[in-house]
Design a protein around this ligand. Sequence first.
Ligand code: ATP
Length: 255
Amino acid sequence: MALLEVKNLKKVYTTRFTQNQVQALSNVNFSVNKGEYVAIMGESGSGKTTLLNILAALDKPTSGQVLLHGKDITHISEKEIANFRREHLGFVFQDFNLLDNFNNRDNIFLPLVLSKKKYPEMKKRLDPIVKQLGIENILDKFPYEISGGQKQRVAVARAIITNPDLILADEPTGALDSKSTEELLHLFGTINANQQTIVMVTHSTKAASHASRVLFIKDGKIFHEIYKGNKNLDQMYQCISDTLTLLATGGVHHE
Ligand SMILES: Nc1ncnc2c1ncn2[C@@H]1O[C@H](COP(=O)(O)OP(=O)(O)OP(=O)(O)O)[C@@H](O)[C@H]1O
């Protein structure tokens, strides 16, 4: 069974002042298996953020279903939703979303503290992760004392420490320089090789070429998908670029 199933997803926004209807997603269908690394691409306004917000249970669709392990997350009550997110999802954002009043260790511990885990359990989980991410020597520092690349590593540690079913990443390389981007993509590759499922929204062809599959959204619909298969990074990059050109020129994709 797929880990994540998105079925006939539709989202219509009603604008606040003019009451106009905007169809942000129409009939989106796809599924993600455990251990997959899926990138979602599309032009500005195509519906990526809307989709990610619904997958993150931050917003409700107008109709359709999002099943995680077969459970429809669009019907979780407001009371349960924070717990659900903490237990099942990990988040990595473009702007890191770390708390400046907490040192990096406590930022990483935060989801476990909120889940009322005991300190020995938290420490047991932290040790291998900080080693893997190479952030042992910055744990006592505060987010404002470290670089963007290091902040994103702390954010990744916070995302994976709960062993989430799914990591949702929103433009994770958007604020990073090229060296930190390389490091983060390498890191995502490593955690994905450990069977961590990742769904990442990105504008970066380079970032997307590391994924095992790329979904392209156009006008709120899935326009095309590319599987990495045996392609190397350069071939994947080229395939993605070609599809983006097709998208931008308004082309219709033919299988
Ligand atoms: N709260 C809202 N109210 C009304 N319309 C909205 C709202 N949020 C998004 N939209 C519209 O829905 C469509 C999809 O927007 P969305 O933010 O999902 O696109 P996106 O692909 O994430 O864009 P970007 O890459 O620029 O972030 C757009 O036409 C946008 O103007």
